[in-house]
Write a protein that binds this ligand. Structure first.
Ligand code: SF4
Length: 238
């Protein structure tokens, strides 16, 4: 079975515990206003790979990630858009004793049981807790994401929640209070990370000849983001 990957990062430090090999899969059903990887969105293109060959490649980095308590993270794009390929890669990695993470918005195509069976940690990228705002930010309905979260609940997989804080869009106190209430309903949350919106995607939009939807919005002040994190979620990350 063939999968399509956008790129590989061999020494990732922010997508799960320890040093991680991060596999960015090609294609995403969402069109988040603040996407900084617009080049991963289209389902066309990407490098064609077979699960076994990809895993062999990833295992070459094993000395780095094993030593640090790390492993392999599947990200995107949206990894759940290639469910069979993803499930097979995860199963191969588990057979090799590698820790696996799934970085996802939850907007997938099903087959979650097979995927979660071999996922040690879900990094759940919460776009918004409110369906209307979710639709406004991503251009899609929240239904698929709700189904995925239910599957995680049933599988009992540990979860880290991540949320991008964008000035004027997701930085209001009233929204963060609602986000906190939403997080309290989620299963197995071990950690919550508020991520400050940055402008690294601007160049990519230019390169693709596309309009950056948030061209006029400034980057989020990282210090203010840390304060919001401390105020709303300090009890999660001790
Ligand atoms: S889910 Fe991620 S890759 Fe997809 S559009 Fe949103 S930010 Fe971009």
């Amino acid at each position: 079975m063939t999968g399509y990957i956008h790129s590989l990062e061999s020494m990732g430090l922010v997508d799960g515990p320890g040093v991680r090999c991060v596999v960015f899969l090609q294609g995403c059903p969402l069109r988040c206003l603040y996407c900084h990887n617009p080049d991963t969105q289209t389902a066309e293109g990407g490098e064609a790979v077979e699960p076994e060959a990809l895993v062999r490649r990833l295992l070459r980095f094993r000395p780095y990630f094993d030593r640090s308590g790390g492993g392999v993270t599947f990200s995107g794009g949206e990894p759940l858009l290639q469910p069979e390929f993803l499930a097979e890669c995860l199963a191969w990695l588990h057979r090799a004793g590698v820790h696996t993470c799934l970085d996802t918005s939850g907007a997938g195509l099903g087959a979650y049981e097979d995927i979660l069976r071999h996922t040690d940690l879900v990094l759940y990228d919460v776009k918004h807790e409110d369906p209307e705002h979710y639709q406004r930010i991503t251009g899609r309905s929240m239904e698929r994401t709700l189904d995925f979260v239910e599957a995680v609940r049933q599988a009992g997989t540990p979860m880290w929640v991540r949320h991008v804080v964008v000035p004027g869009l997701t930085d209001q106190e009233v929204h963060l209070a609602a986000l906190r209430r939403y997080v309290d309903t989620l299963p197995n949350v071990q950690r919550v990370e508020l991520l400050p919106f940055h402008k690294l995607g601007a160049e990519k939009y230019r390169g693709l000849g596309r309009t950056d939807p948030l061209a006029e919005v400034p980057a989020m002040d990282p210090e203010r983001c840390s304060k919001l994190q401390e105020h709303w979620f300090s009890d999660f990350n001790r």
